[in-house]
Write a protein that binds this ligand. Structure first.
Ligand code: GLN
Length: 231
């Protein structure tokens, strides 16, 4: 029967280091909320996944170059990206926040960034947010390829502040000895979606939305999120 047909395999772009959404375990396996979600969707919808970890900034270009079928990378749904990719329904509410070295008291709002050195990660909504504010407020923007390098730069006192997704930096602070703290209100209401190349993958997009809805109905979605975040 149809069920015997070999399941199609899709190349799935993931961020190399983005816990709790995706990261590599010591044994080399990938793990995290995004990994468990796409694996569960694939199981529900009968397809296979082949993970391709890379710097976040390289994911959409790789997709446009035909090297990826899907991206799940804590990727925020934005109008800019919608020009080149199609997103599934949102699956996680994140939002950007500012982070400083513990004890730094001069930064509480975006206006306080005047004259400061601000770190962001290439290709992210955080970098876009900072780029748009840099001239108006008057600060220097430094861009990193990955989140751990950016966190370290602020912890070392090189950059004064970084902009990152709230759940990611909250997890990093809780799980590590990084001397960092979150300051101010969330800067936006970014939501994550799974992406495919625009206009080329309607069937796959439909499968992923169905899978996502099934996981939400069955309680599996909550189970996955709660495995990594105990809120
Ligand atoms: N959510 C942010 C974005 O979409 C950051 C994603 C990431 O760094 N993996 O730009």
């Amino acid at each position: 029967g149809a069920g015997d047909a070999e399941a199609k395999s899709y190349r799935v772009g993931i961020d190399t280091t983005y816990p709790p959404f995706e990261y590599e375990e010591k044994n080399g396996d990938y793990t995290g909320i995004d990994i468990d979600l796409i694996n569960a969707i694939a199981e529900d919808q009968n397809f296979k996944v082949d993970f391709k970890p890379m710097d976040f900034g390289g994911i959409i270009p790789a997709m446009q170059a035909g090297q990826l079928d899907v991206a799940i990378a804590g990727m925020s749904i934005t109008d800019d990206r919608k020009k080149v990719v199609d997103f599934t329904d949102p699956y996680f509410k994140a939002g950007l926040t500012m982070v400083v070295k513990q004890g730094e008291t001069s930064i509480k709002s975006i206006e306080d960034l005047a004259g400061k050195k601000v770190a962001a990660k290439k290709g992210t909504t955080g970098a876009k947010f900072a780029t748009e504010k840099a001239e108006e407020i008057g600060f220097e923007l430094v861009q990193f390829n990955d989140s751990p390098a950016m966190f370290q730069d602020v912890a070392n006192g090189n950059s004064d502040v970084l902009i990152e997704d709230y759940p990611v930096i909250a997890y990093a602070i809780a799980q590590s000895t990084l001397d960092l703290e979150i300051v101010g209100d969330r800067l936006n209401g970014d939501e994550y979606g799974i992406a495919v190349l625009k206009g080329k993958n309607d069937e796959l997009l439909k499968k992923m939305n169905e899978g996502l809805a099934n996981l939400k109905d069955s309680g599996k979605y909550d189970e996955i999120v709660n495995k990594y975040l105990n809120e």
